[in-house]
Design a protein around this ligand. Structure first.
Ligand code: NAD
Ligand code: DAU
Length: 339
């Protein structure tokens, strides 16, 4: 059995990654360490705990809590760490950067120290395309570019990438980094563009589009991202960063219109609102390195993936209604008190 720590497994990508790993890697035993912040939903992993009782364990805790993390590593002796835990929303980082520094920077330092001390075989840091900054209308991000983050969120993620680099260089830690573009798919918290627009359209609420809606993101289905994370964990070369992207550049307004079209809702719901401060104009990923070296390519085509995703939200109305009402945050107490 390979003993794996996944952090942030109750968030969007973490949930999808846990499903992927438990289904496709029968010899991996996984501990999911998650603090259950507003973005962590324990309901997402409930079925996993029932389906894989001997291969899946949940631990509630903070990756920035050194004593807690040290004890967890001492107990489990992980051979692989996949770090997804993070504060992930750019708009929230503009409102307040402190928690982003604590989790995304201090948390990574704490995990790196634990990986060193307990001789973890490999550490994988899940990073983002946003560390490269913003593009004009031409070109794509490749791994050789300097890190030029523009938001407090992306600055905290870039700081983590540099810490990982320093631990590789200074301490000889075996670590790799993935940098992925914008994900979409099931279980995404309805503060991000696609689920927010779906949920608002279904509730006949306005769809707030920042600026003129012409900013571009490079969309990738979360399943493709998860497959890429596992590929890098298994086959990536230590010290290397790998870009992942979906080859699906879209203006935000195109996506909003596609969602309204799919749901049969009127475009009069669109409301152009004040732009995000420092709003990055365009992201686009050159993923030729991982394709060439590890044989990974994105497989989900955007139109089909978006339709499936919208249908998932249609089919899981109680899931996002419990989020909007805040009820999901009581799930932990319901599940774990009196045990
Ligand atoms: P998310 O916000 O949906 O989930 C984050 C998870 O981390 C939550 O379950 C939360 O409870 C947990 N968490 C937060 N602080 C913690 C702490 N201190 N200790 C333990 N757990 C903590 O995020 P996501 O969209 O699933 O992103 C996961 C990772 O992927 C992040 O590192 C993010 O930077 C990166 N990423 C995201 C995207 C994207 O499009 N969503 C793209 C590229 C990279
Ligand atoms: O590129 C990868 C990054 O993608 C990840 O590292 C981040 O964790 C993830 O949150 C995401 O960041 P973005 O800022 O690109 O995602 P968001 O869904 O917040 O916004 C996507 C685009 O849509 C962006 O140009 C801003 C715009 N937008 C967003 C919201 C929430 C709107 O126009 N209106 C909105 O209400």
């Amino acid at each position: 059995m390979t003993k794996v720590l996944v952090t942030g497994g109750c968030g969007f990508i973490g949930t999808n990654l846990l499903h992927y790993i438990l289904e496709h890697r029968p010899d991996w035993e996984v501990v999911n360490l998650d603090l259950l912040t507003y973005a962590g939903n324990l309901e997402n992993t409930h079925a996993l705990a029932e389906r894989y009782p001997s291969r899946y364990t949940f631990a509630r805790g903070d990756i920035a809590d050194a004593a807690f993390v040290d004890a967890l590593f001492a107990q489990h002796r992980f051979s692989l760490v996949l770090n997804l835990a993070a504060e992930s929303h750019v708009d929230r980082s503009i409102e307040g950067a402190g928690v982003f520094i604590r989790t995304n920077v201090v948390g990574v330092q704490v995990l790196l120290d634990a990986a060193r001390k307990h001789r973890t075989d490999r550490f994988l840091q899940v990073s983002t395309d946003e560390v490269y900054g913003s593009l004009g209308s031409q070109g794509r991000f490749h791994e050789g570019l300097p890190l030029e983050p523009n938001s407090p969120y992306s600055a905290s993620k870039a700081a983590a990438d540099l810490l990982v680099r320093a631990y590789i260089h200074t301490h000889g830690l075996d670590a790799v980094i993935t940098r992925c573009s914008n994900n979409y798919g099931p279980y995404q918290f309805p503060e991000k563009l696609i689920p927010l627009m779906v949920v608002n359209a279904l509730n006949n609420r306005e769809l707030p589009v920042y600026g003129d809606g012409r900013n571009v993101r490079d969309w990738i289905h979360v399943e493709d991202h998860c497959r890429g994370i596992v590929a890098v964990a298994e086959k990536g070369v230590t010290g290397q960063a790998y870009n992942l992207g979906g080859d699906a550049e879209k203006e935000n307004i195109e996506i909003v219109r596609a969602i309204l079209g799919h749901l049969g809702r009127p475009e009069t719901l669109i409301r152009f609102v004040k732009d995000r401060p420092g709003h990055d104009f365009r992201y686009a990923m050159d993923h030729s390195k991982i394709t060439r070296e590890l044989g990974w390519t994105p497989e989900v085509d955007f139109a089909g993936g978006l339709s499936r995703t919208i249908d998932w939200y249609l089919d899981h109305r109680p899931w996002w209604e419990r989020i909007i009402s805040g009820d999901y945050q009581h799930y932990y107490e319901r599940m774990y008190t009196n045990r």
